[in-house]
Ligand binder design. Structure first.
Ligand code: FA5
Length: 351
């Protein structure tokens, strides 16, 4: 080999180094390419120095060392560029995370307004020694009307038209059938509440649905009077609304109580001014109640001379409307989350 041939050989090694640099996809690949070149072709040409005439060995060695340095530099530059790119990439990655930003909004479930208010009332009455009971939504004529002192052909039936089933049963129009069922089941003294779904064949508007919820209450014991009834009703509304609520008590006719009352609350949608929800009256019928009629006690096999009691039929759906400011009852059966899901009723919250 002469010096010219050596120069050509070194040029080929440099070209190979350049090609390997371009192919390398990381620091490790660069390191192994450099090692392969220095221990392979470069080491070979170094060994070939012995074959040069003595006066050419110096220039040959210098040419080989120069190429070796250039290749070293080439790989060193390439490694430093890659390291730099890595750092920038990392910076870019971490730059997308800003710990001061609020977390992404995730949709959480929330209790239905009626469920939320039902649980609240249940908690209150449980604390007052009441048991929570249920009753069938499919009822007999006997429990829905007859045992509540509403015989066939009684005009009070007209106010509660319902859906009749082919077997002669009906979809209950109120939770009051639970009164007689509780009397039969427990006997006196009794403290029960019975929340549940009711059905009426009804013209639908902002405050009337064909399917809605009531919560029945029944307390039977010795010496129970209207004073007890009023005290419990006031406590119930104060607890649900967290403050005294403006109410009015007026006589109400229900064949299963005597005397009977209609307890209305000032409409919370319009602050008592008058709106579609309260039919422009400023008042919402929410809590009819009264002293249990002796005939009903007799139907429940309780002696009216020994025991007295009060009963109430809370309009649970309307209570939820007042509590959560829902102006139209139709929203509650609609599945429209804009009206139904609210932060204070999120599952896992205080309920
Ligand atoms: C009754 O259903 C009686 N059973 C209540 C009762 C129980 C009185 C115990 C005395 C003793 P009323 O038909 O008024 O009464 O209904 C009671 C409440 O249910 C009403 O005040 C109202 O808040 C609610 N309610 C009645 N009909 C509807 C309806 N179509 N849509 C939504 N809520 C209704």
């Amino acid at each position: 080999m002469d010096l010219n041939q050596l120069e050509e050989q070194l040029a080929r090694i440099k070209a190979e180094a350049e090609a390997l640099r371009q192919e390398a996809d990381g620091i490790d690949a660069l390191r192994s390419a450099e090692t392969r070149l220095t221990k392979g072709p470069l080491a070979d040409v170094l060994k070939s120095i012995k074959a040069f005439p003595p006066d050419q060995r110096g220039p040959a060695g210098q040419a080989i060392n120069k190429t070796k340095q250039e290749i070293k530099q080439l790989f060193a530059d390439a490694q430093s560029r890659l390291r730099q790119a890595d750092v920038v990439g990392e910076q870019k990655k971490t730059a997308t995370f800003d710990p001061t930003l609020p977390p992404p909004i995730t949709q959480r479930g929330s209790l239905h307004p009626v469920t939320a208010v039902q649980r609240e009332v249940e908690r209150l009455f449980r604390g007052l020694g009441f048991a929570v009971v249920g009753g069938p939504e499919m009822e007999t004529d006997f429990y829905n009307f007859e045992a509540l002192n509403i015989p066939e052909m009684h005009p009070a039936r007209d106010a509660q038209d319902t859906f009749w089933l082919t077997n002669g049963w009906l979809l209950r129009t109120h939770t009051s059938p639970c009164q007689v069922r509780a009397m039969e089941r427990f006997g006196p003294p009794i403290r029960v509440i019975a929340p549940g779904r009711c059905f009426r064949y009804e013209a639908i508007d902002a405050s009337h649905e064909n399917t809605f919820f009531q919560l029945e209450g029944l307390l039977i014991d010795k010496d129970i009077s209207i004073a007890h009834l009023i005290a419990f009703m006031k406590l119930l509304l104060r607890e649900v609304f967290g403050r005294d609520v403006k109410v009015r008590l007026r006589p109400g006719f229900f064949p299963f109580v005597e005397p009977g009352f209609e307890l209305d609350m000032s409409c919370m949608i319009c602050d008592g001014v008058g709106c579609a929800t309260c039919k422009k009256s400023g008042w919402v019928e929410i809590l009819p109640c009264g002293m249990v009629h002796p005939n009903v006690l007799r139907y429940g096999k309780i002696d009216p001379h020994e025991y007295t009691g009060f009963a109430f039929g809370l309009g649970l759906t309307r209570l939820a409307m007042m509590k959560y400011g829902i102006a139209d009852i139709r929203i509650l059966n609609s599945g429209d989350l804009r009206g139904l899901a609210k932060a204070d009723r999120l599952s896992g919250a205080t309920i």
